[in-house]
Design a protein around this ligand. Structure first.
Ligand code: C2E
Ligand code: MG
Ligand code: MG
Length: 572
């Protein structure tokens, strides 16, 4: 880990020049040249005709063919192997020159005159090809340099950065990618104007380039600008994670000196997030996005520690952020909708429907409530989803009821957060009024956890709802820590046995007896009981035997879109 000068441009060019032409072809061209020359000399000095496989061929023809071959070998060398090819070709031609001159002028063998001519012409040709190549190469180098250089700051750009990372991955060299974002750069840009903002970026890049090229950090670094105020640092040649932090500190420290723009002083700092190859990620896009995730975590926490190492844990938060974004977008753009899962009595007569929230991501794929409900609860958006499903489903059935007065129950799910809102009951009642949906057709599903978290307030609310004729169901029964005493206090109408109990029910006698006991206790307390997640005929048979009242499950009905639910209701 010596302090070695490390020109960024050179590093990149060296690393990209991997695809060299193979040396074996070069050797082949030299051998081809010698062999064909030997044949030329042999045939021109000996007999007038040569016997090839019983056929008599004039030796002049053989000489002509092989002298062309030797010239092609020479020209290919210059065209393909540039400097090396030119040096070799020129040497070969010059070495041959005196011997041709000797045979003509001293040995007076005039048959070598065409050879002398060819030799001279070949020399002119390779000099022309070489000088033409040189001019093209220079131009190509300028183009290459432009392609890998950021125009504003002159340091490597995003393309250079990703190519460099891909090459390091191909070579299986361990390295670290550090995503860097300048803190509050937007406000600098807004207050100073764009051109002064650019001056700041140039100054930052210059300071970092000096660190990278001086080797002051003790590691081999390459710093690139990806876009705007986003930079990327790639570190190699470290031994421990401490070395990585030390290197990042170097880059952090050079920002500490004030930035003077138009006579005013500014102080700048940045957020650094890093991911390691191969420990954290082993693909270019993956490692870049993971280091970004770590960097965003620094920004989000806004703490004094400006450096963060990527962990899988952060990815979960990141995923939640994406889900939160989808939820917000769906709420703002009328993207929340619902499906209706039918509920039946044990004789397969329709009891009603449970409205279940749905939303889609940008590509149109449905995301499951198991994914978005917990996030919506965490970020305080669940009541908006609940309200949306409630409003849309009561409006839909309110319209049907206006021309088809049917007796059925619409169940909706509410979260603790929503139920605890001061105006929850008012919201329910006013929505029912607006959508012409009768209160006694509505059932509100609450989970056991509501009772555990805030029993008193929940009870107050539930009693109020009951006064309007609204039914109450206890959802996912059996999964919480329900006690008989709270069940006794709860003026519920329906117990919903969670799917997990139904799944196990037919596996052994004790699981069956457990479900039977829940049903009996429910009945003793004057609740009706529904089994959720019923998927096969044997389960229905058992549930009939142990007196379950209702069935909700894929066997008799999956969650349906509005039109199919309407058809089912009209035909029942
Ligand atoms: P839940 O209220 O217990 O709803 C029943 C869930 O079980 C639904 O899943 C339903 O599709 C699924 N299910 C029913 N029968 C079967 C079956 O036979 N097999 C299988 N594998 N699954 C079955 P979904 O729609 O994914 O909803 C999951 C949970 O998300 C719901 O559980 C509920 O707690 C919550 N949820 C759904 N919509 C809303 C809403 O609008 N507001 C609130 N707060 N929560 C909601
Ligand atoms: Mg439910
Ligand atoms: Mg449930």
């Amino acid at each position: 880990m010596g302090k070695k000068n490390n020109n960024q441009q050179e590093t990149l060019i060296n690393i990209f020049n991997e695809k060299k032409n193979p040396t074996s072809v070069f050797v082949f061209l030299i051998v081809l040249y010698f062999v064909s020359n030997f044949i030329v000399i042999f045939t021109s000095r000996n007999a007038e005709v040569v016997n090839i496989m019983g056929r008599v061929v004039p030796s002049a023809i053989i000489t002509g063919v092989f002298s062309s071959v030797s010239n092609i070998a020479i020209i290919s060398m210059v065209a393909v192997y540039r400097h090396k090819g030119f040096a070799a070709a020129l040497t070969l031609l010059l070495v041959q020159f005196p011997s041709v001159v000797f045979t003509i002028f001293v040995a007076k063998t005039y048959s070598s005159i065409p050879g002398l001519f060819t030799n001279l012409m070949a020399m002119i040709a390779i000099i022309l090809i070489y000088s033409n190549n040189l001019a093209k190469e220079k131009y190509q180098e300028t183009l290459n340099a432009q392609a890998i250089t950021d125009r504003l700051t002159g340091i490597p750009n995003r393309f250079a950065c990703t190519e460099y990372i891909s090459t390091l991955i191909k070579r299986e060299n361990p390295f670290v990618v550090v995503s860097i974002d300048i803190n509050n750069f937007k406000s600098i840009n807004d207050s100073l104007g764009h051109s002064n903002g650019n001056k700041v970026l140039i100054e930052i890049a210059n300071r970092w380039k000096i660190v990278a090229e001086s080797g002051a950090s003790g590691t081999q670094d390459l710093v690139a600008r990806l876009s705007g105020d986003e930079f990327c640092l790639i570190i190699r040649g470290y031994a421990t994670e401490e070395d990585i932090i030390k290197t990042i500190n170097h880059y952090e420290n050079v920002l500490e000196n004030k930035f003077t723009i138009n006579g005013n002083d500014y102080y700048i700092n940045a957020s650094f997030g890093y991911a390691m190859y191969p420990e954290d990620a082993n693909e270019t896009d993956m490692i870049l996005s993971y280091s970004d995730v770590a960097m965003y975590d620094v920004k989000k926490k806004n703490s004094s520690n400006h450096i963060c190492h990527f962990t899988q844990e952060l990815l979960k938060d990141e995923n939640n952020l994406e889900i939160e974004r989808i939820i917000r977008y769906s709420i703002d753009n009328d993207g929340v909708f619902y499906m209706l899962q039918p509920q039946f009595d044990i004789n397969h007569h329709l009891r009603g429907f449970e409205a279940l929230a749905r939303m889609k991501e940008a590509e149109g794929n449905l995301i499951s409530p198991a994914t978005f409900i917990p996030v919506a609860e965490k970020v305080g958006l669940i009541d908006k989803i609940d309200s949306c499903v409630f409003d849309k489903s009561t409006k839909f059935f309110g319209e049907i009821l206006s021309y088809h007065p049917a007796d059925f129950t619409l169940s909706i799910n509410v979260s603790v957060r929503h139920l605890m809102k001061a105006d929850f009951v008012d919201e329910i009642i006013s929505t029912l009024g607006r959508n012409n949906f009768p209160a006694d057709h509505l059932e509100i599903e609450i989970t056991e956890s509501i009772m555990i978290e805030s029993a008193e307030k929940a009870l107050e609310c539930i009693n109020e709802l009951k006064n309007y004729g609204i039914k109450i169901a206890i959802d996912d029964f059996g999964t919480g820590y329900s006690s008989l005493s709270y069940l006794n206090k709860l003026p519920a109408d329906l117990l919903k046995i969670d799917k997990s109990f139904i799944d196990k029910m037919n596996l052994n006698e004790s699981s069956k007896q457990y479900v039977a006991a829940i049903i009996s206790i429910g009945h003793i307390m004057n609740f009706e009981v529904i089994s959720e997640g019923v998927e096969d005929v044997e389960q229905i048979e058992t549930l009939k035997k142990i007196n379950c009242d209702f069935i909700q499950g894929f066997i008799w009905g999956k969650p349906l879109p509005e039109n199919e639910a309407k058809e089912l209701l009209l035909n029942s």
